[in-house]
Structure formats: structure tokens, C-alpha cells
Design a protein around this ligand. Structure first.
Ligand code: 1HN
Length: 368
């Protein structure tokens, strides 16, 4: 038995035999106790973990089934009030490799949120960037900086960092949707600020189209009055009818022998910021993919992590060693550098979001 370390030292070092390791001796043990006491860690015991030959994420490939998520969200709707303090009835996907943290991947938060008829989620703002994607239902308006934005099936809605936002269910039906945020990244970088606003959404009007869309969401047209490049897209809602039409047109062009699809039988679009042509928000990339029935993608991997939501159809998914069948509403995560292969049973519609803008800004992007 060697000397015990002081209880308050978080550093534990063990002298072990191994390649690149010095011979374990009493003198070495004594040196290591000295390191522990001064909160020091030598590189030679850590190098393999600190610098793997390629990314080895703690996050694991995992799938959550909509058929399990939705009843639990409904039950939360019965039991848990929404209001100041808790702020949102949002239930996060906790990646089983991330030690119980409410993180889908090391950089991305994903949650199912549920709002009962007549309820308001209180107004607040935070520096974390957020979006909503609607898998089913309608009837909630999210007010972004006071602009009410209708949420309907297939719509992709933005709440960029520091925009005030609250949600209001203006109907007699409950509604559930997917939230995505860059919370883990903001936590890691310590960039988070939060500020409460009014307890209720002030403008509970229910316009078909938001002011944001009326100003910004005309294809290929930007208002000349708005000259600045904005860090986040000013388009509050990317409507399903446009996404659907873009994907349908890509596949129709392919059938007519013209280029445009990402790969045979595989149409894809990226949601963009019209002021820059780049990603919708500084930390989050969002895309929509459509595979023809029977299409199988080649296994491919890239640096950075993604979350996929099955919007429609069914198929088989392989991520590294994991393999699942998926159907409407199911979610799965693809950790950094794990190969993904998709097979579409029926026509398969997938919403995807990732940390790609961060990876690219860090000049760390690689794929194969
Ligand atoms: C938030 O503001 C929303 O606005 C969703 O709907 C999830 C998770 C943590 C902190 C703030 C929303 C959130 C959140």
C-alpha cells in the first residue's frame, strides 16, 4: 500500500508499466504523489487520451423513438406546469455516453417540448442559439422579438441568440415539437447569458405569416434597405411547402436526367442565411434530406456531430457498430467521425442539424 493522497486532490496518478511509461518504483510513486499534491499531471500518462489518432467521442450513437417520447411529453403536460423558473416544458435527449448530462452530443442539445391549449411559455432571451422543427401538429405561435411566427408541420423556425422569445398555444389542441440549441457548446465555452422578459407573450395575434417572412422570405430577393451581413438568418420560419418543393424538384430533375441531387436517389437542401449565403446561425447547420425508396447511402464519416430527425417514412440506419430501423419522429445522433449509412425503406425524409459551422470555422473539417 502506498501513501494515501489528500482527500481534496482531484488528481490521481498510478505508476503502471507500459510502452512509453517509466518503470514503476517506490521513487516513481513518490514523484506521482508530489504531482498530485501540487495538482500537476504529466503528459506521458495522458497522451493517448489527450491526442487520439482520430476523434474518439464520448458520445455514442443512439436512437430515441417518437413513440416513447410523445407519451412521456403528454404526461409531463398533465403533471408539470410551464412558467417562470422552469421556463419550458422541454425534455432533453441525454446521450448515454455523456455521463447523464442533458446533451444529445458534446455540442448540441435536442429536446421535445410540449405546450397545452391556451398555455404560454414565458418570454426570455439567452445567448444560446435555438431553433424549432415541427414533426406533427400546429397551433403554437412563437413570438420572436415580438413577431408572432406560426409553427406548423415541417416548418423550421429560428430563435437566434439574444432574441426575446416566448411561445403561445392559440388553439384547443396540445402541440409538441423538437428544440435544438447549442447549449453544451455555450456551457463549455462559458458564453451563456440569460434575461427574463414578460411572463406571458404580449402579442397573441395569430398571423399566417410573420413580419420576418414578409420582409425576408421571398426566394432570391432581399430588401435593399437591409444592407448588413447578419450573424444569424433574419428568416424566422422556413416553411415546409418550400422545403418539400425544393426536394421534389431535385428528384424530378434527376428522373429527367438533369444534375442537382447530392447522390443518386438522394436530394438534400441546406437552410441558409440570406444576408451571407452561409449557415442559419453561427453554431448550427440545418439540412433536409430526402431519399427515394430503396436508396442506400455509402457509409460516410465527418468531424463534428449531428442529430437526425425522421420527418416521414421509414428506413434502416447504421452508425458505427449501431444499427436501427427508424420511423416518423424517431431521432438519432451521429458522433464525430462515426460512419453513417442510410437505407430508405419507403421514401425517407430526414431533418438534420449539426455543429458544422463551428468545425469549419476552426478549420477542423474532415470527411471520408
Ligand atoms: C429555451 O428557451 C427553449 O425557447 C427550449 O423553447 C429549450 C432549453 C434550455 C434553456 C432554454 C425555448 C431550452 C430553452
Amino acid at each position: 500500500m502506498t501513501t494515501t493522497q489528500p482527500a481534496r486532490s482531484p488528481v490521481t496518478l498510478k505508476a503502471v508499466a507500459g510502452p512509453g511509461q517509466p518503470e514503476p518504483t517506490p521513487a516513481l510513486e513518490e514523484l506521482y504523489r508530489g504531482f498530485e499534491n501540487e495538482l500537476l499531471v504529466p503528459l506521458w500518462t495522458e497522451i493517448g487520451d489527450l491526442m487520439p489518432l482520430s476523434p474518439r467521442s464520448n458520445a455514442v450513437a443512439h436512437r430515441w423513438r417518437w413513440s416513447e417520447l410523445l407519451p412521456l411529453a403528454r404526461r409531463a403536460g398533465d403533471l408539470v406546469p410551464v412558467g417562470r423558473g422552469g421556463e419550458r416544458r422541454a425534455i432533453a435527449l441525454a446521450n448515454p455516453g455523456l455521463g447523464g448530462a442533458p446533451y444529445a452530443t458534446p455540442t448540441l442539445w435536442a429536446a421535445i417540448q410540449y405546450l397545452n391549449p391556451g398555455e404560454d411559455a414565458p418570454v426570455h432571451r439567452h445567448t444560446q442559439n435555438a431553433f424549432r422543427f415541427v414533426v406533427e401538429g400546429e397551433g403554437v405561435w412563437t413570438a420572436v422579438d415580438g413577431d408572432p411566427v406560426a409553427m406548423r408541420r415541417g416548418d423550421f423556425l429560428l430563435t437566434p441568440g439574444w432574441a426575446f422569445h416566448g411561445h403561445h398555444n392559440a388553439t384547443t389542441e396540445p402541440m409538441a415539437w423538437l428544440d435544438g440549441l447549442d447549449i453544451p457548446l455555450a456551457r463549455y465555452l462559458d458564453t451563456g447569458f440569460f434575461e427574463p422578459g414578460p411572463d406571458h407573450v404580449e402579442d397573441t395575434s395569430t398571423p399566417e405569416r410573420s413580419r420576418s417572412e414578409r420582409l425576408w422570405a421571398h426566394p432570391g430577393l432581399r430588401p435593399v434597405s437591409q444592407k448588413e451581413a447578419a450573424a444569424s438568418s433574419p428568416i424566422a420560419a422556413y416553411r415546409w411547402e418550400h422545403t418539400d418543393a425544393a426536394l421534389a424538384d431535385q428528384l424530378a430533375l434527376e428522373a429527367e436526367g438533369h444534375p442537382g441531387v447530392l447522390a443518386p436517389g438522394h436530394a438534400a437542401v441546406r437552410f441558409t442565411n440570406p444576408t451571407t449565403g452561409g449557415d442559419v446561425m453561427p453554431t448550427i447547420r440545418a439540412e433536409f434530406h430526402r431519399l427515394r425508396a430503396g436508396t442506400a447511402t455509402e457509409p460516410a464519416r465527418e468531424v463534428g456531430s449531428s442529430v437526425y430527425l425522421v420527418f416521414a417514412g421509414e428506413g434502416a440506419v447504421r452508425v458505427g457498430e449501431a444499427e436501427w430501423t427508424v420511423g416518423q419522429g424517431d431521432l438519432f445522433v451521429v458522433p464525430s467521425w462515426q460512419p453513417l449509412a442510410l437505407t430508405a425503406g419507403s421514401e425517407l425524409d430526414l431533418f438534420r442539424f449539426s455543429d458544422a459551422p463551428v468545425i469549419e470555422r476552426l478549420n477542423a473539417a474532415r470527411s471520408e
